[in-house]
Design a protein. Structure first.
Ligand code: GLV
Length: 309
């Protein structure tokens, strides 16, 4: 009985080490190692090659190694009866909250503008805004969205939220469903997207949304690239509907060299680093889920196949 770690990046060994340190009695393997595929009971995955998990005939569950599990649902060759789990971790939430606060701060204080001017040796002061003068709209009020809202509020921003489903108990104003979306957007001077990627949310950041935001609004997308219609964003920036966008996630990652976002002066790019699962912090929940699967118990943080997250 064992765990297989399957990732598309160079972090497989770091995850294997963290899982082994957490549970020296549990065999943990990665692709290329010598093990019996029939021994694998749990696959711990991040953007695994679609179809690759079929080689493990005795899987009891699939553990995503991040908050978002869209890439697992996109693998149509995964058995329907297998539970799929995601990561819920305090660092994942607090890292995201710190990142969005930093980006929003940089926007109001125009840090990207001055960095660019510095490259031209240009001394050109511009006005700035205070936190309390600005309303941030958060789309998606799951664990990360709520952590972001809380940190922005504590810093002094006004916050409004939008959720498609249940209304969380919070002090700030929350709008719900498509009926209340326009009212939410009209308030959002900075729009932060933290929605899961599902068939229902794909392309949700589009021209209609940008046109409804206050003129010159700003966008922060830290969720998934395909939530955004790239062409609509470029149009909205060029028409002055939006003044700038900070994007951490993209349809294709790494962002292709010839993508127009790279050269656009109002698009600021980070390489999907807003909040990254910390193997040491996350390892205990993965081992605990593995032990539950082996015992026939229900693991934690199972996602819903019908909701897609
Ligand atoms: C990061 O993108 C995650 O889903 O955890």
């Amino acid at each position: 009985m064992a765990i297989a770690v399957v990732r598309n990046d160079n972090m497989t060994d770091v995850w294997k080490d963290a899982l082994r340190a957490q549970a020296p009695d549990v065999p943990v393997y990665g692709p290329g190692e010598d093990f019996r595929e029939s021994d694998i009971k749990m696959a711990a995955v991040w953007k695994h090659p679609p179809g690759s998990l079929k080689t493990y005939p005795n899987l009891l569950g699939i553990q995503g190694l991040g908050a978002g599990v869209d890439f697992i649902f996109e693998d149509t060759e995964i058995r329907e009866d297998l539970p799929i789990m995601r990561v819920v971790d305090p660092y994942l939430a607090s890292d995201m909250a710190e990142f969005v606060l930093a980006v929003a701060t940089g926007m109001l204080k125009r840090l990207q503008y001055y960095k660019y001017n510095e490259s031209l040796s240009l001394w050109k002061p511009k006005t700035y805004q205070r936190f309390k003068e600005v309303t941030v709209g958060i789309m998606g009020l799951g664990k990360l969205g709520l952590a972001v809202a809380q940190s922005l509020e504590s810093a002094g921003f006004s916050v409004v939220g939008w959720t498609r489903n249940s209304l969380p108990k919070v002090r700030f104003e929350v709008f719900r469903g498509s009926a209340e979306r326009t009212r939410f957007l009209k308030r959002s001077e900075i729009l932060v997207c933290l929605l899961p990627l599902t068939p229902g949310t794909r392309g949700i950041l589009n021209r209609d949304v940008f046109k409804t935001l206050p003129k010159g609004a700003r966008l922060i997308n830290v969720a998934r690239g395909p939530l955004l219609e790239d062409g609509d964003l470029l149009y909205a920036l060029d028409q002055g509907m939006l003044s700038e966008a900070c994007l951490d996630v993209f349809h294709t990652e790494p962002l292709p060299q010839d993508h127009p976002f790279w050269k656009h002066p109002a698009v600021h790019i980070t390489p999907h680093i807003a909040s990254v699962s910390d193997p040491k912090s996350v390892a205990p929940q993965i081992i605990s889920n593995y032990r539950k699967l082996i015992k026939g118990a229900v693991p934690e943080n199972i996602v819903s196949r019908s909701a897609g997250y």
